[in-house]
Design a binder for this molecule. Structure first.
Ligand code: ARG
Length: 464
């Protein structure tokens, strides 16, 4: 059968060209958006008197039939049709005859693909928001459950100061909240319809772009068609948002891997979400967090690939842009399962509070509290206090103790001005609770942070 665009050609295209040129095998992912867009376009053509009512009805019914065929697996995919747009249009004409050939009036595949892909990305922006909401809820639940549980806070992966496990969980809630905001911003910025832009310059037909924009749930039609048919910023934005979100996921994944090692032992991954070794029978491997970490690399690659495809393209549409879709589908697919499985891992892992507490008893986590005590109680300049504290740490090391276990007598050997009230300052729990400044780790601050994230989640629910 002759190609839709074969009018000026005298020879059939080569099989090699067909295979190289076709996007059908991957852009069939967009079948729903394509049908949705065509229905809106047909209704508009009817409203404007470009098609008559019977033609519009036949088109709508034909498209519904095609949707059923695709979803039941009876639709015949043939790469000779090149892409999803022509595959559906060809089938429509088979089904309803002449009216099918009128659907493409005042439209081009350039605005059609821009529309389909944009609809897909906008729907995914919102889906990511809902998956991230579930994840933040899990961090809030963990924070409530483990409020007051101590673990060593680290910098340079070295023991620094004691913190609350809830605090650590809510640090991740903060990252994923920013991710939600990025997806929502992208949604708002890109929520404009390119349909009706035709090939690049608009159309002489009396179309109504406001109508199709409203029909498809957009805020309005885009303002400049030359830009609209070649704009892929919405795709780049979702790739960037996913890459950044995966970066956050990979940081947590790294901590889960460390924490589930014998050396840390802070958590035990549920058997449901851990794997064994084919040779070492004792092993329980954190494959899931490792894959989460690995998939992050792929998400970065997809972002770089599309940025590079778009670089230096002259206006307007160029076939290079067909390379925009696979990376987005790949990033979306992987990020979706990543968020879902990460949430399950967090909900099912065992938190080993005892191990975390034991870890706070090494590394002199409350050393800063001695320096703060010397400044606050004895008005010793901080630099000097820092030095005195260093001597206390050296003494503790010599005695094979943690600084929080030094006796008053031992501390007074370091500096005789130190009084009995130092002992409660050096206590690990008190040290954590002392960090009660806004945004700090003290349980009183955790209460505020929990309320903050709960309020954020309930506002999201209200606005959606
Ligand atoms: N399959 C094409 C793509 O994904 C659709 C647009 C084709 N437009 C064109 N003028 N050849 O980009």
């Amino acid at each position: 059968m002759a190609k839709m665009w074969s009018g000026r050609f005298t020879k059939e295209s080569s099989r090699l060209l067909d295979e190289f040129n076709a996007s059908l095998l991957f852009d069939k992912t967009l079948y729903e958006q394509d049908i949705q867009g065509s229905m809106a376009h047909a209704k508009m053509l009817g409203q404007q008197g470009i098609l008559d009512t019977e033609e519009v009805n036949a088109i709508i019914e034909g498209l519904q039939q095609i949707k059923k065929e695709i979803e039941s697996g009876t639709f015949e995919w043939n790469i000779k049709d090149e892409d999803i747009h022509m595959a559906i249009e060809k089938r429509l004409t088979e089904l309803i005859g002449a009216a099918g050939k009128k659907l493409h009036t005042a439209r081009s595949r350039n605005d059609q693909v821009a529309l389909d892909f944009r609809l897909y990305v906008l729907q995914k922006d919102l889906y990511f928001v809902s998956l991230l909401e579930n994840l933040i809820q899990t961090f809030v639940d963990l924070a409530k459950k483990y409020k007051g549980v101590l673990l060593p806070g680290m910098t340079h992966l070295q023991h620094a100061q004691p913190i609350n496990f809830a605090y650590h969980m809510l640090a991740y809630a903060s990252m994923f909240k920013r991710d939600i905001e990025r997806f929502l911003d992208s949604y708002e910025r890109n929520n404009y319809s390119p349909l009706g832009c035709a090939a690049l310059a608009g159309t002489p037909h009396p179309i109504d772009r406001e109508f199709t924009a409203k029909e498809l749930g957009f805020k309005a039609p885009t303002i400049n068609c030359l830009d609209s048919v070649s704009d892929r910023d919405f795709a780049l934005e979702i790739l960037f948002n996913i890459a950044t979100m995966m970066m956050h996921i990979s940081r947590l994944a790294e901590e889960l891997i460390l924490w589930s090692s014998y050396e840390f032992g802070y958590i035990t991954l549920s058997d449901e979400y851990a794997t064994g070794s084919s040779i070492m029978p004792q092993k329980k491997n954190p494959d899931v967090p490792e894959l989460l970490r690995g998939k992050t690399g792929r998400a970065y690659g997809n972002l770089m690939a599309l940025l590079t495809v778009m670089k230096g393209l002259p206006l307007a549409y160029n076939k290079d842009m067909q390379e925009d879709k696979e990376g987005v589908f790949d990033s979306v697919h992987n990020a979706q399962i990543s968020l879902i499985i990460l949430n399950e891992i967090l909900k099912t892992m065992q938190v080993n509070q005892k191990r975390m507490y034991q870890a706070t008893k090494v590394g002199h986590l409350s050393a800063t509290d001695l320096a703060d005590y010397l400044v606050q109680k004895l008005h010793i300049p901080f630099r000097e206090a820092h030095h005195i504290t260093g001597r206390a740490v050296a003494l503790a090391e010599k005695l094979g103790k943690d600084i929080s276990d030094l006796s008053l007598e031992e501390l007074q050997k370091v500096d005789p001005r130190i009084q009995e009230d130092i002992l409660s300052c050096l206590d690990i729990k008190n040290s954590m609770e002392a960090r009660d400044s806004y945004g700090g780790t003290a349980t009183r601050q955790i209460e505020k942070q929990i309320a903050y994230f709960e309020d954020f989640l309930s506002r999201l629910k209200r606005d959606s």
